[in-house]
Design a protein around this ligand. Structure first.
Ligand SMILES: [Zn+2]
Length: 280
């Protein structure tokens, strides 16, 4: 009896520890399992240009182009991919994670380009959602991205603040929060090695576009359109292709990490059950 209780306790503990991992369905027929559904979110669109560089290059165009290339890379690998937008249209921030939830996505990647008052600010930074920003710079970036709420959406945004607070408190200790940090780390490392550009770190910040997503989610700032050299670089088809490949590699790295976690989470339970039987 005691051994059975121990086995049950081990099973319950593994469920708690594994958290979101247990929601993954490993379909051996899918080459991207357990990332059976990937949602890509190119930022901004339509009347919302996002950041605009000194030469007039617009964030909304760069990130859409990168996301379309990324979709092709992932589809070529056999992954199922949907996008919050695949054309130059405006989608309210809060609708984006809702869409990912409705698609029962296994992962959500939002793609943006950065801007800063200092012209020489440059490099790549990758974020995951948190109530507290890592530092002043992370707070500034999230405040900037969160400011792109169209007038029709503004009242909704205010009404959502208490909901958002609840969600953030819930998120703080969930496994999907931990997995989001793994996702951001995986994408960030590939981005740095593929582009050779400066890494500004993996950071946490309260991005509205990540609020309410129930799956691991990350936001990558692929460079600064406010920096004339990076603006030029980001507008090149070749650099956009490098970025798309790097994010695809990051997603595949994350997939491998999740597979290892899922395998490790399952095996102790099986071992406990086997031990329990032997003990009878
Ligand atoms: Zn943006």
């Amino acid at each position: 009896m005691k051994r059975r209780l121990i086995a049950l306790a081990a099973f319950a503990a593994s469920l708690v520890l594994a958290g979101h991992s247990f929601a993954y369905v490993v379909d051996p027929g899918s080459p991207c399992a357990p990332l059976n559904m990937i949602v890509l979110d190119p930022g901004h669109g339509g009347d919302d240009f996002g950041a605009v560089g000194p030469a007039g290059i617009r964030e909304k165009d760069i990130v859409l182009s990168v996301a379309l290339k990324l979709r092709e890379r992932l589809k070529a690998l056999g992954c199922s991919v949907v996008m919050t937008r695949s054309a130059d249209v405006f989608i309210p921030l809060k609708e984006r994670p809702k869409f990912a939830n409705s698609m029962m996505a296994d992962v959500f990647v939002s793609i943006h380009a950065n801007a800063a008052p200092k012209r020489d600010s440059n490099g790549i930074e990758t974020f995951f959602l948190s109530m507290d920003a890592t530092d002043e710079e992370a707070r500034r970036v999230s405040a900037f991205e969160n400011s792109f709420i169209m007038p029709a959406d503004a009242s909704l945004a205010k009404a959502d603040i208490s909901d958002i607070t609840d969600i953030l408190y819930d998120l703080a200790n969930t496994e999907s929060h931990h997995e989001s940090s793994m996702l951001a780390e995986a994408i960030h490392l590939r981005m740095l090695s593929a582009t050779g550009r400066e890494g500004r770190g993996v950071k946490q910040a309260p991005f509205a576009v990540l609020f309410g997503s129930t799956m691991p989610a990350a936001l990558v700032e692929v460079g600064f359109v406010s920096n004339p050299a990076e603006e030029r670089l980001l507008s090149l088809d070749s650099e956009q292709a490098v970025i798309a490949d790097a994010i695809a590699d990051g997603l595949m790295g994350f997939k491998g990490a999740i597979q290892r976690i899922t395998a490790n989470a399952v095996s102790p339970v099986l071992t406990s059950a086997t031990d329990n039987k032997k003990g009878k």
